[in-house]
Design a protein around this ligand. Sequence first.
Ligand code: GDP
Length: 295
Amino acid sequence: MFDNLSERLERSFKILKGEGKITEINVAETLKDVRKALLDADVNYKVAKNFTDTVKEKALGQNVLTAVKPSQLMVKIVHDELAKLMGGETAEINLKGQPAVILMSGLQGSGKTTFTGKLARMLKTKKGKNPLVVACDVYRPAAIEQLRVLAEQVGVPMYCELDSKDPVSIAQNAIKEAKAKGYDLVIVDTAGRLAIDEQMMNEISAIKEAINPQEILFVVDSMTGQDAVNTAKEFNERLNFDGVVLTKLDGDTRGGAALSIRTVVDKPIKFVGTGEKLDALDQFHPERMADRILG
Ligand code: GDP
């Protein structure tokens, strides 16, 4: 994950090795490399520019105060700013509500259904929750089947209505069922499209209105880089979601989405998917991610 970015950043800090102090010149040279590394990792242009401007200001400002070597000082500042860029604090999901309702959103293929299974498993095993997962994709029977199989593997019940073409009433009925049977968590998987379209956005907005979820998560494939960020922006404008799930971080993703999304949509990344298996899910910790990026 982010191997190329890590390598490139490490190389850019080498410019400062052997330098006695931080100067305008050696900082500018280092940060030129850092910015290139970020852009090559598919980080949004404005995000990369603001990032290096902030690091420059801090580096020049702190220089007089410290006996630390310039390269170490730069690594520390870049680390702290990377963590800030990704949100700083770990963001929890809201599980209040009887039942708590979580609504999934995102494009088809982003990993929504897989994440629904993974999240049910995580909250069942780690938080002692009793979840019901709901299939609201009325267009693709295969999607319902996929969730059924995942639910079975996780050992949680699944709600679907094979004859219904109305995702809003399916979601409402699922919540009634959860209340009647005592499930304390409902995770609603929704239909995705290959690209954003009006019908899809209207449908998920209608589900949101009808079920008033505690938490709306936007699921996005981290391999899609800048597109991930643009899609996030559009979904957020329509849904005002609560958090982002970045999937496929196990692939050769370059890091751009993880580093840009927070700034662009001002919503925290809450989870990362790191594989196809059901246990390949982590809560997102900005500090730890910054540690990983800097090796
Ligand atoms: P949906 O259309 O949004 O529901 O997406 P799916 O859950 O069907 O996932 C699409 C594909 O991505 C499937 O082949 C999943 O196994 C795969 N996938 C989902 N999450 C991850 C992940 O974190 N890592 C990897 N490598 N593959 C994933």
